[in-house]
Design a protein around this ligand. Sequence first.
Ligand SMILES: [Zn+2]
Ligand SMILES: [Zn+2]
Length: 382
Amino acid sequence: MSELRDFVADLLERRGAVVEALGLERLEVLAPESLQRHLGWPELTHLGFGTQQAQSTIAIALEGDWLDRFGTLLGGEGRWTEREVRLPAAVRPPSDPERVLDHALELPNAIWRLRGLSATWTRCLILAFRITALSDEKRERLIWLGFNLGTGGLISDILEQLRPGLAQMADWHTPDAATRHAAGPGWSAPKLAARLRPLLEHEARECSEPFLRAMRRRLARDRDRVHAYHNDLRSASLKRLAALNRTDGDRVDADRRREALRVEAIEREYRAKLDDLRRNYALRVTVEWIQALEIYVPVQRFEVLIRRRKGERIIRLDWHPLVRMVERPLCEAGLGLNRARLVCDDKLHLTDLAGHAPCTSCGKPFCRVCFPLACPRCRKTH
Ligand SMILES: [Zn+2]
Ligand SMILES: [Zn+2]
C-alpha cells in the first residue's frame, strides 16, 4: 500500500498541499483552497491507507472512486515522457555473438550470417493500455507493449525485465542531441497503428477469453431454462389444439382459433426472451491508451545478413546490456510472439508462421506483407 500512499502524497504536494506521514498507513494533509474545492475536503484532512481506519479518516484504496478523482487532478500530465537510460556500470558485449544469434534466430527457410556487432543507442517506445471487458460483469487489465524503433522488434518481454530497474533509477536524464541522433527517428502514426492493431486485438481476446467462457456457460443455462419453460407451454397448447381438431362445431372453431393464437403468442414471447438474453450477455471490449514512455537505451547491435534463394537482406537485432537479453527478430506480419520467422521469396519479408500461412481456400502459402488483402493465386480475401 505504500506505493499508493507515496503517489497520493506526491500528487497532493505538487498541488500545493503540505503532507505529513503519520506512520505507514496515514497521511495528514493541509490542503490549499483550490484542492479543498476540488476534492471536497476541509483544510486539515487525515487519509488512511490500511484496512482498519479511525473515524474521521478518509479511507483511500485502489477500489472506490478516489483514484479517479486524483486522476482528474493529473489531467493530461504524465501521459507521455522520454528518458535517456545510462548504464550504471560498463557491461561487456556478448563474448560469443554467433551463439547469441543462434538462440535468437530461427529461420526454417533461409540462412543467416553475422555481419557485425557494434555499440550504439536505440529508441524504444513503451505503451500502456487499459483493456476493459464489460458485460453483466466488468474486467480490467493493464498491458504494456514495447517496440524497438531502431530495429522494428517487439520487445515487450525485455521491457518487462527492464521496468522494475527503471522505476528504481532515481536520476532522470533528458536525451541529449547526440543520443537522439544515434538512435534515429521514430515511427509514423500509420506504421505504429499497423503494428499495434493485431497485438491489441490479440490481447483483448486473451483478456476476455476466461470471461467469455464463464458467460457462455451462464448464457447456455439461461437459454435452456427459457426454452424448457416455453416448450412446455407450447406442447400443452399443441396437444389441446390436436384434440380440438378431432371434434367439430361452432364453439370448437372459436376455441381452435384461440388456441392457435396462444401458440403464436408463446413463440413470440420465446423469441423476445432470447433477444433479452442476447442483450444481457452482450460483451463490449474497449482498449484505451494510457501512457507512453520513450526510452533511449544503449545496445549492442547485430547486423545480420539473411539469404533466401537468390535474394539477400540485412536486418538489425539488438542485445540489451541493461538486462543482458537479445530481442526477438523483427516480424513484419503476424504477432511475432515466438522467434521463428519465415522469409518470403520476393522481398525477403520476415513474418511469423501465421504471416505466411496457406490460403484457406486454395492452400497456397503466401506472404501477408506482399499480399495484405487477398491470396495472389485464387484472389480470396483473408
Ligand atoms: Zn488462395
Ligand atoms: Zn513478402
